[in-house]
Write a new protein. Structure first.
Length: 622
């Protein structure tokens, strides 16, 4: 196997990128097929079949061939996910009419929730469901989505990486990429499409959530601000403004008892209040599974091909809660004025070489210009609010940077600032290369065993959530290269984790024996824990995530362990009705990564946290 890898790796060839991940995937599938925990027991036939396919992929690698090249129908491929180093599958349906010399339209399809989904049993549409892709000559991409991720966090990363991987093997027309999803995938299509509106020519959500808080009967006004922020940044209805200029085709069963059509109705009302057009079909008499059968797919794909992406729209609108999502079309938000609140930008190219910009909570932004927007050879004027923010010739870079906050401008090169890839919350660390660090250095054998067990548990739960074990090392084995290459998730306290001991002096939350100290307040107890994200003091270009004390999320469903944690949270063992641990203190660091009274919440100072639906509320199949 190693010889085949060396042969094909030359220049990171397409042969290597197609054969090597697929061979590794087949080995992993064979291993899973032989696992005694399988419902029907070990499947030696499947294991043997997968090993044979893996060997065939290695033989193609040695020959310098591209696996699947020239194949039509449903083709399985794989890529190496950079977050955790695991191999993840995706499928592409290739129509028989596909001509590699001609750019082809691509439909990206996001599947629904199925509790039993694995890489050996992925959620794939029936052949009849994708017959329209064959008739219209559409490539049809089916990301795995890391099981049942709601296509946020690890699932979102998987979709984007699968899109990138597929475009290495197929000649995709970038102006005809369409995003479709059903049930959980409908929610994913809304979220990904509204966060990256510049990537897609049109969206086609089916039977999806648009307001998760409303569906779960969790009143936002009763939530602590940090929890409400988390619901809103993952909530399509709170990102509706971003659909400006993005063609939308929405379908929902009129008698859907699982995800009420009210979810789509409300989104339609919101979009129409913004004067955005939307094609909406509420199918009379149909329940949630309106997408069981080809009609929904046929209708959506025939509608898709009527649309092309406008690469340089003259009018753009973008709302974002985080610098992870900083760009739409030709505008990029560089910095917020205040963290913990959404930022907003509207920009419009007008006659007479003028660009009108309106912002909220934006400290700095960049506009990328083109001849489709302005005359690049003539002076331009950029008006922000009521003032002229730029006037003169277009720079050679074709970019105009607007600074709207003098305090930021004066200090932006000094010290730590939140930025894309380094802005929190805790979930953001899991979107980039990751290493779990198991603390092994406590002098107390019981503490040492407990700390190691918690790191192992995290790795096991990640595997159950994302279908792949993450990188994990003992603290003593972590190298300087690891610190340079990875976000570190450190389990333990300074006395029990060597890496955390080295970093603790540079962290804003302090350790005092078993207590966690935030400002002038101290929290301790056998059931008290801390989770915190911060630029790693040992390498400020990467994150460190601290997991100390009690294990967070004991009662949360496996696909929602990581998505309601702000920059820091101190919690105890009390489990709330929404299945989260009770927070004693939680919040965000400010835009300079400092503790802030405005962004720090204490249970002692707050009204009681809200009740919500009971266990299983976020586990409905789709």
């Amino acid at each position: 196997m190693e010889a085949a890898r060396r042969t094909g790796r030359a220049a990171e060839s397409l042969s290597y990128r197609s054969c090597w991940p697929l061979a590794r995937l087949k080995c992993r599938r064979a291993s899973l097929a032989l696992a005694p925990a399988n419902y029907w027991g070990p499947d030696e036939t499947l294991a043997r079949q997968q090993i044979e396919l893996g060997v065939a992929a290695l033989e193609q690698l040695q020959a310098g061939e591209v696996v699947g090249e020239g194949h039509t129908g449903l083709v399985e491929r794989a890529y190496e996910n950079q977050t955790d180093g695991t191999i993840q599958p995706y499928h592409v349906y290739v129509p028989t009419s596909h001509d590699p010399a001609r750019p082809a339209p691509l439909v990206v399809f996001l599947h629904g929730y199925v509790p039993s989904i694995t890489i050996n049993e992925p959620w794939l549409p029936y052949p009849d469901d994708i017959r329209m892709a064959e008739r219209l000559g559409l490539l049809f991409l089916i990301p795995y989505g890391r099981r049942n991720s709601d296509f946020v966090a690890a699932g979102e990363v998987d979709v984007l990486e699968a899109m990138k991987a597929a475009q290495a093997f197929y000649n995709v027309d970038p102006d005809r990429i369409y995003l479709m999803g059903v049930s959980m995938g409908g929610y994913g299509a809304w979220n990904i499409g509204l966060r990256y509106p510049h990537l897609f020519a049109a969206l086609g959500p089916v039977s999806g959530h648009t307001d998760m808080a409303r569906w779960l009967h969790r009143p936002r006004d009763a939530m602590p601000f940090w929890k409400r922020w988390h619901y809103e940044w993952d909530n399509p209805i709170d990102l509706a403004e971003n659909a400006c200029g993005l063609p939308l085709h929405l379908m929902h069963g009129g008698r859907d008892l699982l995800i009420s059509p009210d979810q789509s109705d409300e989104m339609v009302r919101r979009l129409r209040a913004l004067s955005y057009p939307i094609d909406y079909t509420k199918v009379p008499g149909e329940g949630h599974y309106v997408y069981w059968g080809p009609k929904v797919y046929d209708t959506t794909m025939k509608w898709f091909v009527q649309h092309r992406r406008v690469q340089w729209p003259k009018h753009i609108v973008y709302k974002t809660y985080s610098l992870r999502y900083d760009t739409a079309h030709w505008a990029t938000i560089e910095q917020f004025l205040q963290w913990g609140e959404p930022a907003f930008i509207e920009a419009r190219a007008e006659p007479e070489n003028r660009i009108i910009v309106r912002t909220k909570n934006v400290a700095a932004l960049t506009l990328r210009l083109s001849e489709e927007l302005v005359d690049l050879d003539a002076p331009i004027t950029v008006i922000e609010g009521q003032r002229e923010a730029f006037g003169g010739r277009v720079p050679a870079s074709r970019t105009v940077r607007l600074s709207l906050d003098m305090d930021y401008e004066a200090a932006r090169t000094d010290g730590l600032w939140k930025k894309k890839g380094l802005c929190g919350p805790v979930e953001d660390a899991y979107n980039y290369p990751l290493l779990i660090v198991r603390g092994t250095s406590s002098e107390d054998p019981a503490e040492r065993a407990d700390t190691m067990a918690k790191a192992d548990r995290f790795a096991e739960e990640w595997d159950k959530y994302a279908d792949g074990r993450p990188r994990l090392k003992d603290d003593a084995a972590v190298t300087e290269r690891d610190i340079d290459s990875y976000n570190l998730v450190c389990f333990g306290r300074p006395r029990s984790n060597r890496i955390l001991r080295r970093a603790a002096g540079g962290l804003p939350i302090k350790f005092d024996g078993d207590a966690f100290v935030i400002g002038d307040r101290s929290f301790s107890g056998g059931d008290v824990g801390l989770v915190m994200i911060y630029p790693n003091p040992l390498n400020p270009s990467r994150y460190i995530v601290v997991q100390s004390g009690a294990f967070h999320g004991e009662s949360l469903p496996i696909n929602h362990k990581y998505d309601l944690i702000p920059d820091f949270i101190v919690f105890d063992g009390v489990v709330l009705d929404d299945q989260t641990n009770r927070a004693l203190c939680a919040g965000f660091f400010d835009r300079r990564w400092r503790l802030s009274d405005r962004l720090t919440w204490y249970l002692d100072d707050a009204a009681p946290q809200p009740a919500a639906l009971g266990p299983g509320a976020m586990e409905a199949p789709g």
